[in-house]
Design a protein around this ligand. Structure first.
Ligand code: FES
Length: 141
């Protein structure tokens, strides 16, 4: 309620509707659109409170196949993805991540490792392409 008043200023007409105001509470939701190199898989868009979640965690949550042989500790390249849009909403790439991206299949400028792509806030609008997982030797998790 105070956050909303800070944005719009005090309004006596709103004073009796605190529940409405807390629902308004600037509930932002991040949106991530998944595209797939394997065109037999339809695109999928998910929205929610994704702050501090990685792209790999989202793929797990939404049953999207993305290999992750090292378990998400930046020690392989099997979670390689292409961030087509919204890179500014992700944690910056590290030297270690760049080293592993160089070992991925078909690395490009937009390449990232899904486990290292941590979403910074819920303003995020991100589009990610998942490489064809049939070309990657992955462990079943
Ligand atoms: S799961 Fe191994 S680097 Fe992401």
């Amino acid at each position: 309620m105070r956050a909303l008043e800070a944005v719009i200023g005090y309004c006596p007409h709103l004073s009796g509707i605190s529940n409405t105001r807390s629902r308004i509470n600037l509930n932002k939701m991040a949106t991530v659109k998944f595209l797939f190199e394997d065109t037999s898989i339809p695109p999928q868009t998910v929205s929610g409170d994704f702050e501090d979640k990685s792209i790999l965690e989202l793929t797990e949550d939404y049953d999207i196949h993305l290999n992750h042989n090292c378990g998400g500790v930046c020690a392989c390249s099997t979670c390689h993805v292409y961030v087509e849009k919204g890179d500014e909403f992700l944690e910056e790439i590290s030297d270690k991540e760049e080293d592993f991206i160089d070992r991925a299949i078909n690395p490009r400028l937009e390449s990232r490792l899904g486990c290292q792509c941590v979403i910074l806030d819920n303003d995020a609008e991100i589009t990610v392409t998942i490489p064809d997982q049939r070309r990657i030797i992955g462990h079943e998790h």
